[in-house]
Write a protein that binds this ligand. Structure first.
Ligand code: MG
Length: 377
């Protein structure tokens, strides 16, 4: 129908005839405002994350994490993103800056074409997962802000269903472990890093100080015997452990499948698992997956991973690297639909740039902030 006839038929034309307001002004009132035909402008800078405590894992130790902060601007609205590069991922500040410099996002004038934009970013070069994640997170933040809604709401998730997040205690001496357990008192789940000789001692200290709190264990590829791993799984089961993460080297597929078949605890893939196609590959090898945005290239693929893994009957965990509240909060938008949550990376750094999701009484708490849900401090 002709638009002017429709307006007249709806009675608006009568109103126009009787008032000094022009018909075109009324049409402007009833039409959605067209978006300005702006361009996507990407900017970024390096930002070294300072860790509150030295971070000791089975295979390395460090006090800082390289990071790149990203902004994506469109018609005056700014979306924030981040790439965090723990050394085992193989990316560096230089590689991320080079990758981001190679992108030309000004060719896109509609941020809602996320599929096209992210496919372009993914196809520029292989790997570079954290660099790609930084653009993806900034794009989600931008689009959510334009829509005026946080992503957990856009996906239809209930903020009330967020799980407790675990708080991670690294490998350390008994005295330092005791100090860290004190810090962990507000949390309802403790994640303990394993893979050295003192695994049982660390768990004993935690259980002595917080006997009722469930634990989960991350060996970070540190175990090197199937039999030892199976014995540990039984020992941990008796101590209210929820799951074991990445027991063996990521290349040990047959050994992991052997353990998963026999273990009384779910075995979760972390270092072995990166992107969406890995899920089908690891069905039957691991009981579940640990999704992290710096591995998945961001939220777009992570959201698909949750759906696919759950449809295959696998457990889903959402985790993070040491990151600011930017990437941690972005990941928290997925938390209402996952089995386990390990989103404490922002609490491990001393120079956060953002406020975002909070942990209240141990539980991930999402706020009604459009986009990924962060504010610059
Ligand atoms: Mg892990």
């Amino acid at each position: 129908m002709d638009r002017r006839k429709f307006l007249a038929g709806a009675g608006i034309g009568v109103l126009a005839a009787a008032s000094p307001i022009s018909l075109s002004a009324i049409e402007n009132l009833v039409q959605p405002k067209p978006r300005k035909s702006g361009r996507l402008n990407l900017s970024f800078f390096p930002y070294e994350l300072k860790l509150r405590h030295a971070w000791n894992l089975a295979r390395n130790s460090r006090t800082t994490t390289p990071d790149v902060q990203v902004q994506l601007e469109y018609d005056g609205i700014v979306g924030y993103g981040e790439a965090s590069m723990p050394p085992y991922l193989g990316e560096t500040t230089e590689s991320v800056m080079n990758f981001l410099s190679s992108l030309d996002l000004t060719q896109f004038n509609d941020p809602f074409k996320m599929e096209d934009i992210l496919a372009y970013v993914d196809n520029v070069a292989p790997n570079n997962r954290a660099a790609k994640a930084s653009v993806d997170i900034a794009l989600h933040d931008l689009v959510g802000k334009i829509m005026g809604q946080p992503w957990y709401k856009i996906w239809g998730y209930s903020a009330e269903k967020t799980p407790n997040t675990s708080f991670t205690i690294g490998i350390d001496t008994a005295d330092v472990v005791r100090k860290k357990v004190e810090e962990a008192r507000p949390y309802k789940v403790i994640k303990v890093k394993m893979g050295l000789d003192n695994d049982k001692q660390t768990v004993d200290i935690i259980k002595e100080m917080m006997p009722d709190v469930p634990i989960c264990c991350d060996a970070n590829q540190g175990w090197s015997s199937k039999e030892y791993a199976l014995e540990m799984c039984h020992w941990l089961k008796e101590r209210n452990c929820l799951f074991v993460e990445q027991p063996f080297d990521k290349t040990w597929v047959d050994e992991t499948a052997w353990l998963t078949e026999r273990s009384p605890l779910p075995i979760i893939a972390d270092e072995a698992f990166q992107r969406l196609p890995d899920i089908v590959k690891f069905k039957g090898v691991y009981s579940g997956i640990n999704i992290k945005l710096m591995k998945s290239t961001g939220l777009y693929e992570a959201h698909k991973m949750v759906t696919l893994a759950k449809s295959l009957g696998m457990k889903v965990m959402v985790g993070c690297m040491t990151e600011t509240s930017c990437a941690v909060t972005a990941a928290a938008n997925l938390s209402p639909v996952v089995d386990f949550c390990d989103l404490d990376g922002n609490l491990l750094i001393a120079n956060d740039r953002f406020s975002g999701m909070t942990v209240e009484n141990g539980k991930v708490t999402l706020h009604d902030i459009p986009g990924i849900g962060v504010k610059l401090l």
